[in-house]
Ligand binder design. Structure first.
Ligand code: SAH
Ligand code: SF4
Length: 346
């Protein structure tokens, strides 16, 4: 399926040969600056809109559209051309508007506590399919401007490395979105973290750690058998030294599994050697994993324990839980410190 978002400006110009030269600028501006769908670019003639729409049919069909948190969180389930489904979540805050995108339909990593992991892998998304999620959300957010993109929806973005980087580059170059405002969340594909560091893009990196003990991490995150904590540590260090950027660890607190004093000690040791920030998320329950998230008291105490050990730690709230947002992953992108405000005006 071709997506107009996979075209460079020169490629678009080739497509529009025969049209006045300024049409290229109009279409480009409509697509990237205004985030319009082709039908919405009213500066160009209707016939041209129709021709372009025929060539680039919308690749996202809305299969479901729900909101929660009094309109501050909105989730779409999109059906793709081949029937695969993905999720995209838009979150409004006082100071920013963030979209959480999927990078794959399903995921092959098989993390036990994750709904996407439980469902398995369907396929990689194309750059166009990821960019269209961003642009769809940008339109829904208007008149507020979409300010942040996080790869925390379905899939492992670094397992779809080339597409993820292509999306980042296009958002940066064509949309003017700073790489700092784009967060790549990874389960810890060590060589890909290093490869990404070498691009020199000042992206925000979040590593889903969940355990700082090889035995228990391998249970939660099977990829740990391939890239154990020592290897992941090397990659994180390389990231910091190469990009000059800090990173953060995501830690979904699971009752009796990774919220004990020993877990606290192991995490503090691991995080402090990398001067990493820790984001604590109470586990969102999923059907395939019969344990509970830690109690709010335990979450609070765990954070205090980290702070007492000199670690920078925040607790994230579970935004969108009522709409089962992003397969229970949404918690990871939501920060309790920021006030939620509706993404839909009025
Ligand atoms: N594959 C990437 C990005 C998508 S998952 C990754 O794993 O980082 C986004 C985040 O949601 C990750 O931090 C993941 O660990 C977290 N997550 C997955 N299932 C969850 C659940 N049931 N409760 C809380 N967080 C969850
Ligand atoms: Fe995949 Fe991330 Fe879920 Fe693990 S947590 S299965 S890597 S989406």
């Amino acid at each position: 399926m071709p997506s107009v978002y996979e075209y460079s400006k020169d490629e678009l110009a080739e497509l529009l040969v025969g049209e006045p030269r300024y049409r290229v600028d109009q279409v480009w501006h409509g697509l990237w600056t205004e985030g319009q769908a082709i039908e919405g670019i009213t500066t160009i003639p209707k016939a041209l809109r129709a021709r372009l729409t025929e060539r680039f049919p919308a690749s996202l069909e809305v299969a479901n559209d729900v909101e929660s948190d009094h309109g501050a969180t909105r989730k779409w389930v999109f059906r793709l051309f081949d029937g695969a489904t993905i999720e995209t979540v838009l979150m409004g805050y006082e100071d920013r508007v963030t979209v959480c995108v999927s990078s794959q339909a399903g995921c092959a990593m098989g993390c036990t506590f994750c709904a996407t992991g439980q469902a398995g892998f369907t396929r990689h998304l194309s750059a166009g399919e990821v960019l269209e999620q961003v642009m769809f959300a940008a339109r829904a957010a208007a008149p507020r401007r979409l300010s942040n993109v996080v790869f925390m929806g379905m899939g492992e973005p670094l397992a779809n490395y080339l597409v993820t980087m292509d999306v980042v580059k296009r958002l940066h170059e064509y949309r003017g979105l700073s790489a700092r405002h784009i967060t790549v969340s990874t389960v810890g594909v060590a060589p890909a973290i290093e490869r990404m560091a070498k691009t020199g893009l000042p992206l925000t990196l979040a590593v889903s750690l969940h355990s700082a003990n090889n035995e228990s991490r391998s249970e939660l995150v099977p990829l740990n058998r391939r890239y154990p904590l020592e290897r992941l540590h090397d990659a994180c260090l390389y990231w910091m030294n190469t990009t000059g950027r800090r990173l953060s660890f995501e830690w979904a607190l699971i009752d009796g599994v990774n919220d004990r004093e020993s877990d606290l000690d192991e995490l503090a040791r691991y995080a402090s050697s990398l001067r990493a920030h820790v984001n604590l998320i109470p586990l969102n329950p999923t059907p395939g994993y019969l344990v509970r998230g830690s109690s709010s008291q335990r979450v609070h105490d765990f954070r205090e324990g980290l702070v007492a050990r000199g670690i920078n730690a925040t607790v994230r709230n579970t935004r969108g839980r009522s709409i089962d947002a992003a397969c229970g992953q949404l918690a990871a992108v939501t920060n309790a410190r920021h006030k939620s405000i509706p993404v839909r005006p009025g």
